[in-house]
Design a protein around this ligand. Sequence first.
Ligand SMILES: [Zn+2]
Length: 253
Amino acid sequence: MVGLLTMALTGCSTAEPPVGSSTDRATADPSVSSTPTYSPPGMSSPASPSAEPEPEPELDHSSPASIHVLVNKRRPLNPADYAPEDLSVPDVPPSRTGLELRQEAAGAAEDLFSAAAAEGVDLNLLSAYRSYGYQQGTYGGWVQKYGRAEADRISARPGFSEHQTGLAMDVGAADGACALQQCFGDTPEGAWVAEHAAEHGWIVRYPEGAEDTTGYSPEPWHLRYLGTREAADVVHSGGVLETAWGFEAAPGY
Ligand SMILES: [Zn+2]
């Protein structure tokens, strides 16, 4: 039902022109990139007692290789053609071959799919890492077909897609129901993902009611890897990454 092209373009793209890095946290940890010094799936950490609204003061939201990089229409990857160095193919049911994620995210994807299957929820991986060049082709195709304005509503400009980080994936029901459509959220698979993704380090990146902040209409199928601790923190903070991390909204480029 959903062609490759469509699949590649649907939302899930995060683009943005000039950086508005007004809220960047300067304190970047040198070795944050590949080492998520996170504790076990302690989903229910007691809410911080008093002040200090800052979630994770040491997270690196700017380095493209950081597990906690923030990419949206106001924050393109830098360099724009960044490519992860530790891509691997997760052992999960793919709809097509060759889908890759960064190593840590791949392991977390396997955890998520296994946990779902154990509860009788069968998921498929529909899309994962997409390179700058790939996004260039897909976005360019939409621009040619519909014009830039319309293309921006359904596809991320190259360099702005969260998929380019290797930390995002699109999942669907194994039976193909509502693949990459809003109604996925109403399927048992979509409901399971919404409820349990964070337990395995993922969040639904573009939740309902947050379009003006994320820049994308709801995508119940698009998951972003953050690690279990941060995913839990973000969920507890309302589930919108920009807001949880104290960044400005990114409704457009
Ligand atoms: Zn996506």
